[in-house]
Design a protein around this ligand. Sequence first.
Ligand SMILES: [Zn+2]
Length: 243
Amino acid sequence: MSWAAHDLEPYLFRAKLGGAVSLPLCLIGSYSPDIATKWAVYGLGWSGHEKLVDDPVQLHRGFPGVGFTHSLGFALLIGALIFALSRNWIWVFSFVLGAWAHVFSDTLDSVGVMLFWPLTDWHLHLDVWQYVGQAGRKEDAIAYYTSLGGVWDVLWAVWLAFHWRMFTAHHFHTEIVPRDTFWLWLRTKASDGVMLTIYRASAFFGVASIIGWYVWALFINDFQAALDWSLGGPQWAPRIGPP
Ligand SMILES: [Zn+2]
């Protein structure tokens, strides 16, 4: 799985594709595959890892399970629903783009996704880093951020840093708001400060998570993992494939 990449990718799409992308809908699409399921995959408890389900990998990426949320077809289905409710093609396109970016990002780990579900439950997995979700959030963070997964997140953050101008209030009010009916609608309900905070929140959260989790993975936890940028790393993690 990817971590902060899902928080940041939609901003780059907005920066590159302009008004063809509604940032809020693209973010919702990007969050949609994991939003209702990740807590069950990780289980409860911060100090000790308490499992909630017998087979978190099967639940998260398999079928039976909720792995269908990580498929191209599921995004299209929700896209169709958005069209039925809004008749807004920009919203449909933005949602599907965000969701597909999430799905393709998740092909980079060792479990991968059922890309063409329901036609087949075959998983596309490129094995660039290990899937460690079954071990709980803390250990997953250590594995992810010491492997090429962390590099993937940093790549998006650095790319976004080159587009820092899109986060200014001026850019938001002159370029983002007038070109998206979502913001035009929200403007009738919320103050400028609230709108700007909502606009910047996911980017702030993504960058803060990268920094926080790197510090946690490299310095704070008592496991003291080192960076392991080998393909399929980290090599200490158990080898987990598709369910
Ligand atoms: Zn995911």
